[in-house]
Design a protein around this ligand. Structure first.
Ligand code: ADP
Length: 177
């Protein structure tokens, strides 16, 4: 399954994929970080469509068109604000799972994820990386999804290196997660 996953360093708004995932907040009305960058690149029509969605709960996901982005769709998901409590990991995992499911329901093949919750929401990148990769791996293992390509795109080289190391660690193992 790790052959369907790839990591990149750069700006998610530039990617030509079926869907990019937005680390949104519960209002879905835009914010800073990757959310702000996606809205700036997609143009005002994205916000117009988001207004009609009525927000989104933590761990859930909603889909819109991509407008001026190269990506055909944006999947908006709301990561947990890191609290150090046990429920953080389940909620973060749900973000990846529900985004993939939404992509599959829309027959999409390629999807790119930022490091959800790892900016303003404070999730430690090493823990979040394991949750991201393991949730996606498990999902792909099912073999029933339309998704065949998953990109993890990291803004910083430090974060990129953490993902690269973890992906290498688990790629040789039958059960890495
Ligand atoms: P959250 O509120 O979920 O923590 P942030 O947007 O603050 O979301 O950060 C999530 C991650 O997205 C961070 O690791 C940040 O470095 C990264 N990021 C910010 N802008 C971009 C971008 N244009 N492309 C890819 N990743 C980005």
């Amino acid at each position: 399954m790790t052959d369907m996953m790839e990591i990149m360093q750069g700006d998610i708004t530039k990617l030509d994929v079926d869907a990019i995932v937005n680390a949104a907040n519960r209002s879905l009305l835009g914010g800073g970080g990757v959310d702000g960058a996606i809205h700036r690149a997609a143009g005002p029509e994205l916000l117009e469509e988001c207004r009609k969605l009525g927000g989104c709960n933590t761990g859930e996901a909603k889909i819109t068109k991509g407008y001026n982005l190269k990506a055909g769709h944006v999947i908006h998901t709301v990561g947990p604000v890191y609290s150090g409590k046990a429920e953080d990991s389940g909620l973060l995992s749900q973000c990846y799972f529900n985004s993939l499911q939404l992509a599959s329901q829309n027959s999409l093949k390629s999807i790119a994820f930022p490091a959800i919750s790892c900016g303003v929401y404070g999730y430690p990148i090493k823990e979040a990386c394991k949750i991201a990769i393991c949730t996606v791996r498990k999902y792909l293992e099912d073999g029933k999804s339309s998704v065949t390509r998953v990109i993890f795109i990291l803004f910083s080289s430090k974060d990129y290196n953490i993902y690269e190391k973890y992906l290498e660690e688990i790629s040789g193992r039958l059960r890495g997660c």
